[in-house]
Design a protein around this ligand. Structure first.
Ligand code: IPM
Ligand code: MG
Length: 358
């Protein structure tokens, strides 16, 4: 590091269940690549999640949120605890971080690595290599809605789908730019439901065509209804290059995407604010039944670390990690917890070693 090079500062939220076990391996790999690529960094641990909530009632204190704004990136393990009612930690911690830090892109690559079992017959790594850009701050996730006459026979519940021209356009521009940068088929597929959601998705459709036509004439605009997209992900995944979609559909189709790339053991994502602090996480949950057993697959968290480094500009380190993961997957018997043929820590050791060898 030269003296005018800024030190990379990463906040680490191991979180619940197996979260801390997988982030530990990601940090092990970070240590290894930072040494060879000669950059320095510091990490700060934040104790957030179900355990803290059960002990103190705190989910995300405002003072912690303010501190998190000061980092270059956040590295998150998992959120979700069997003794905490559904929704409390998800909304209070994960979604609150995404919203408060305005991480308006949820970037989820779908890449089948060598030697990974794919549930689709006759599909290989050449066929499964695309990326989903999920809008991450609006839609049904914005929390609009309410009850009327709650707990009476005449109860009414509404849940509102929010699309703003500003929010949609910034997401579309990110997706068009990414598609251009990937330089693959130069095709951006909008996934929505314009035949039913004739207000919110009409806005998406108009913005998609207007922004695309004016600013990205080199990118082919393509459209799928979300139900059809689920069919094509399974039947013709090779069709896709870059996909852009509203928050709720993005949540659903990226679990399908995760399965065709080998499952939750490998699927990683980034909650990105291109002008602010981004947060990287394995897509899978806290897997309570595997906690503390050294059986969970850390590759998704390791891939999330690679995405983190790419985003903060440590591109070579990020590529080292991705290459090392690609050299590791053929050695594993399975990507599922407890069936890898290696322990969690052994997989981390293997990737760290291969990442250094380059
Ligand atoms: C995801 C998760 C979250 C979401 C949950 C845990 C709130 O499913 O990151 O995809 O719905 O976004
Ligand atoms: Mg999800």
């Amino acid at each position: 590091m030269t003296h005018n090079e800024k030190q990379l500062r990463i906040a680490v939220i191991g979180g619940d269940g197996t979260g801390p076990e997988v982030t530990r391996e990601g940090l092990k790999v970070l240590r290894a690549v930072a040494q060879v690529e000669k950059f320095s960094y510091e990490t700060t641990d934040y104790d957030l999640g179900g355990k803290r909530y059960l002990a103190t009632g705190e989910i995300l204190p405002d003072s912690v949120l303010e501190e998190l704004r000061q980092f270059d990136a956040i590295y998150l393990g998992a959120v979700g605890h069997p003794d905490v009612a559904p929704g409390i930690l998800e909304k209070g911690l994960l979604l609150r971080l995404r919203f408060e830090l305005d991480q308006y892109i949820n970037l989820r690559p779908v890449t089948l690595y060598p030697g990974v079992y794919c549930p689709l017959k006759d599909k290989s790594p050449e066929d499964i290599n695309f990326v989903v850009v999920r809008e991450n701050t609006e839609d049904l996730y914005a929390g609009g809605g309410g009850f009327l006459r709650k707990n009476t026979p005449h109860e009414v519940a509404t849940q509102e789908m929010i699309a703003t021209r500003f929010g949609v356009e910034r997401c579309l521009r990110y997706a068009f730019e990414l598609c251009r940068k990937r330089n693959d088929q130069k095709m951006l597929t909008l996934v929505a439901k314009t035949n039913v959601l004739t207000y919110a998705h009409d806005l998406w459709w108009r913005a998609f065509n207007e922004v695309g036509q004016k600013e990205y004439p080199d990118i082919k605009r393509d459209y799928n209804h979300v139900d059809a997209c689920c069919m094509w992900f399974v039947k013709n995944p090779e069709y896709y290059d870059t996909v852009v979609t509203p928050n709720m559909f993005g949540d659903i189709i990226t679990d399908l995407g995760a399965m065709i790339q080998g499952g939750m053991g490998i699927a990683a994502g980034g909650n990105i604010n291109p002008e602010g602090v981004s947060m990287f996480e394995p897509i899978g949950g806290s897997a309570p039944k595997y906690t503390g057993q050294n059986k969970i697959n850390p590759l998704a968290a390791i891939c999330a670390m690679s995405m983190l480094l790419d985003t903060v500009g440590q591109t070579r380190a990020a590529q080292r990690i991705e290459k090392a993961v690609m050299a590791t997957t053929p050695k594993l018997k399975s990507l599922s917890a407890g069936k890898m043929g290696y322990t969690t820590t052994e997989v981390g050791d293997l990737v760290a070693k291969l990442a250094v060898e380059g």
